[in-house]
Design a protein around this ligand. Structure first.
Ligand code: ADP
Ligand code: MG
Length: 358
């Protein structure tokens, strides 16, 4: 049995811990947020800044193996301990900056991103999105521009990149794990729908051509090997016709993989633990036509209603226990197999919640 230390104490840490406790492991958690939602489950909770080297040193004395569940920790503070972090520190360095991330991707054979450049360069890509290089998530720090005349000069600097805006894309993610022996297993591609830059829905669907499907798998295998990365990572793709672009790579378990808890025999959280602990990975089996919807703060009441209703009794509810119901903040998710048109009913509830009878 191992003691596992997790950097970041949000819902991803919590779901890793749920799986890990079932396997007999214990967890220490490091997060600067005093009300991080995994705190009540941690053996020891380190509530210090991510730049406090002394506290980080003491955290590294308290566990056998370490992982991170978010990308924005400064890798220089982890450098001394990289041998205890199977995910490594290199992937973090490379992927927490969209510019170095996209350069890395385009240097791999057979893998590409959409057109991009630094926002300080002469921009000839329109329509475009200007994105912050660091610390962006859920579409934050992104600005759309139809043409040159609309550009906002304040954004035209080295801290941002410019990217071609792709009309009519489909979005997929490929969740893949590599264990300490170099063995790789992945899930079939997950189809994603975003609303306002925030993930709304993920599903396992059979409606993907075999060719596109196997290309996504092989590209992700090339990426994880090139990064020499051990653990679970997520590759997000944009697909248009036969063209496959990598949007971004998250070196961690990922929101689009939450449906693996119920829709597969080995969840992404369990897979991640297997990978970082060097265990052999069993073959992955999936249920198709399986959906996940995020519950945002504004959906919490609808979700509480659904939990108590006969109609929605076969849905799996995951509420993270964050002490906020803020608009557009992810506070939970639900998963379900689409039986009796439940997919449409859930969508209606989330869009127009009415709490009759409660
Ligand atoms: P984040 O780090 O916030 O997830 P992403 O780059 O993945 O940032 O952007 C969030 C979402 O915004 C994407 O999943 C997609 O729906 C949309 N988006 C981002 N970049 C583009 C683009 N170049 N073309 C079309 N849609 C985009
Ligand atoms: Mg994204």
């Amino acid at each position: 049995m191992k003691s596992i230390g997790i950097f970041g104490g949000g819902q991803l840490a919590k779901m890793i811990m749920v799986e890990g406790y079932k396997m007999g492991h214990t967890f220490n958690v490091y997060d600067s947020n005093i009300s991080a939602c995994s705190k009540p489950m941690a053996n020891e909770f380190f509530n210090y800044s991510f730049t406090d080297q002394l506290k980080i040193d003491s955290f590294f004395n308290r566990s056998d193996v370490f992982t991170y569940e978010f990308e924005n920790v400064d890798p220089t503070f982890l450098e001394n301990y990289k041998n205890k972090i199977p995910q490594g520190v290199e992937a973090l360095k490379l992927l927490q900056d969209r510019y170095t991330e996209k350069k890395f991707i385009n240097n791999l054979p057979g893998v590409k991103t959409v057109k991009f450049c630094l926002a300080s360069e002469n921009i000839n890509i329109f329509p475009c999105i200007i994105k912050t290089r660091r610390n962006g998530y859920d579409g934050k720090g992104q600005h759309f521009f139809e043409s040159k005349s609309y550009l906002n000069n304040n954004l035209l600097n080295n801290n941002n990149i410019v990217e071609e805006y792709m009309e009519g894309i489909e979005e997929y993610s490929l969740i893949i794990g590599r264990n300490l022996k170099g063995e790789i297993k992945s899930y079939p591609p997950i189809k994603n729908i975003h609303k306002n830059g925030i993930l709304y829905e993920s599903s396992f669907t059979k409606n993907i051509g075999d060719n596109i499907k196997s290309q996504m798998k092989h590209k992700a295998e090339n990426i994880i090997d090139a990064l020499n990365y051990n653990g679970v990572l997520c590759v997000e793709y944009f697909v248009r016709g036969n063209d496959i672009f990598v949007n971004e790579i998250a070196p961690r378990v990922h929101n689009s993989g939450h449906l693996t808890i119920e829709a597969t025999n080995i969840s992404q959280f369990k897979l991640h633990l297997y990978c970082i602990l060097g265990l052999n990975i069993p073959d992955i089996e999936c249920h198709y036509d399986y959906y996940m919807n995020n519950i945002l703060g504004q959906n919490l009441k609808a979700c509480e209603y659904m939990m108590q209703s006969e109609e929605f009794k076969n849905i799996n509810y995951h509420i993270y226990g964050k002490n906020s119901d803020a608009i557009n903040r992810k506070v939970g998710h639900i998963t379900y197999k689409n039986i009796n048109n439940i997919h449409e009913k859930v969508n209606n509830q989330l869009a127009n919640f009415k709490s009759e009878g409660i």
